[in-house]
Design a protein around this ligand. Sequence first.
Ligand SMILES: [Zn+2]
Length: 275
Amino acid sequence: MDTIRSLMKQHMSLSAMRALANSKVSYTTAKKYIKINGFVAQDLKKYVASRKKPLATILSISHAQINSKNKMTRTYRIANPSYLTLVKDGYGISKNYVPNDLVTVNVATASADTPNKMRKAAATALEKMAKAAKKKGLELVINSAYRSYTQQEELYNEYHAMYDTETADSLVAKPGYSEHQLGLGVDMTSQSVVDGKYSTFGETKEYQWMKKNAYKYGFILRYPSSKTSITGTSNEPWHYRYVGKKAAKECYINNWTLEEYILHHGFDTKIIYAE
Ligand SMILES: [Zn+2]
């Protein structure tokens, strides 16, 4: 009875509980895996057989797809997104998820209708970063920040009308799988691009400056050119992700993507295996 009560506290689904019972693994053995975010009851037998440390076991068996090189077709849902939530193919957020602390970012935008809201902490950090850049004579501009599920869906459909499926998929995330819906992803540009002096952000001094300094404000360059196979996303010099100062610094020092950060630390929130 206590076991069932504690499993229910873990928000375990009925089918997961069934899988747990069918595995015939003792609760004492199972317990050390169950408490780790990312645990999948259906994989329990494989965990026990692997004889590695619980976290390493769970990440490599149930979540090999964190690294996009390892293709898997599993889908997970993040129940309560955090600053460190991994959102990518296979790791989605609910259609209804809207961060409850969205605010307008007080930084210049590329046009009058540029989406310029982010979660409070990310907005404050971006404002500080833009101010610091300005002191160096650099003008950071927002190209796109928070996008709702519906806005992402519209964008996705637009790209799919313009390009073939493969190209479109490499350029725009599926609705429910975009960091923009988290309110933590932002596409940056610079005034020099807006003015037409450069055609892309990657050519600008602002980009060079952000690459070196964004971590000080809690942002990471999310899709670097050298890590496209891990992230599964092509080089996006403009897309930055707020993860908080501590994690951003660790990623910067170690040259890690968010995927690599999670492979070292595990998930910080519950994720649900959507069977
Ligand atoms: Zn983006």
